[in-house]
Write a protein that binds this ligand. Sequence first.
Ligand code: AMP
Ligand code: FE
Ligand code: FE
Ligand code: ZN
Length: 278
Amino acid sequence: MPARYDLHTHSTHSDGTTTPAQIAAEAASLGLSGFALTDHDTVEGWDEARAHAALAGIDFLPGMEVTTKHDHRSTHLLAYGIEADSAELTAALARVRESRHGRAREMVLRLSADFDIDWQSIIEGGEDRTLGRPHIADALVSAGYFADRGAAFAEVLHPRSRYYVPTYAIDTVDAIRMVRDAGGVAVLAHPAAGRMTRPVDLSALSDFVAAGLWGIELHHPENRAEWIPELTEAAARLGLHVTGASDYHGAGKANRLGECTSDEQTWQAIRSLVAVAR
Ligand code: AMP
Ligand code: FE
Ligand code: FE
Ligand code: ZN
C-alpha cells in the first residue's frame, strides 16, 4: 500500500481528547507513515509527538492550526514547520490564546446563568491548553445537559447563540505572511467545511496565494462535496498544492484518524520547504 500521512490532528494541548503520544501510537497502528500535530495556536505538543513518533517508528511533522479571519469569515490556517521562537508569530499567537481564555471565561459566565457549570470545571482539564468552545461543551456534557460536543454546539455554542462571545483572530493574509517569515508552509484548512454557509471566497483565495499560501486542504471529512469541483479548479489555476487530512480530535469529533490523508510526494514537498522539518 502507498504511504499515507495525516496532516491535521489535535491533542489535549488544544481541543483533542488524546495525548500526542496516543496519536503517535494510533497512527502507527493504523499503518500511517507519519502525521503532523496541528493543535490550535500552540506548539506545546511537538516534543512529545516527535518522541513518540520515533518510538512508534513513524515520521512526524510539527504543525499548528492558526485562528485567523478574513472579511468576517473565520478561517483556519495550517502552519507547518515554523520556527517556534519567531518573535512576531509568537506574540500574535500569545494574543490569540489570551483572547480565547478571556472569551471562554465570558461564555461560561453567560452560560452559568442557565446551566450549572463554572470556570473551575473548564480549567480542571488543564489551564495551559488552548481553550475553545469544545472545552465548554465537555463541561456541559459532564454536567449532563448534552449527549456530546456536537449537541452542545448545535444548541448553545454556535455563533448565533446568546451565549456566544467572539474571540480575537489574526487576519489571514497577515498570518500567512508571518508563517512564511517564520520559515513555515501555510495551508488553508477545510475551505469547504459544511458548517459554513459558503466555501472560501475565490477572490480571498487569490489574496491568500499572493501572500504566500502554499496549499489547500481539499480532502477533509467536513468539506462539502458539491463545493469541491470549483475549488479544485481554482487550486489548479492558482498553483496551490492539494492536501488531505482528518482533523482528528480523539473522541471530541466523529473524524477518524487517517480518514483523509496526503501522499508521500506532498509530505516530502512540505518537508523540503520548511525551517523545522521533523
Ligand atoms: P473555537 O475554537 O472556540 O472557535 O471552537 C471551534 C472548534 O470547535 C473547532 O476547532 C472544532 O474542533 C470544534 N467544533 C466545532 N463544531 C463542532 C461540533 N459540532 N462538534 C464537535 N466539535 C466541534
Ligand atoms: Fe478544533
Ligand atoms: Fe479547524
Ligand atoms: Zn483542526
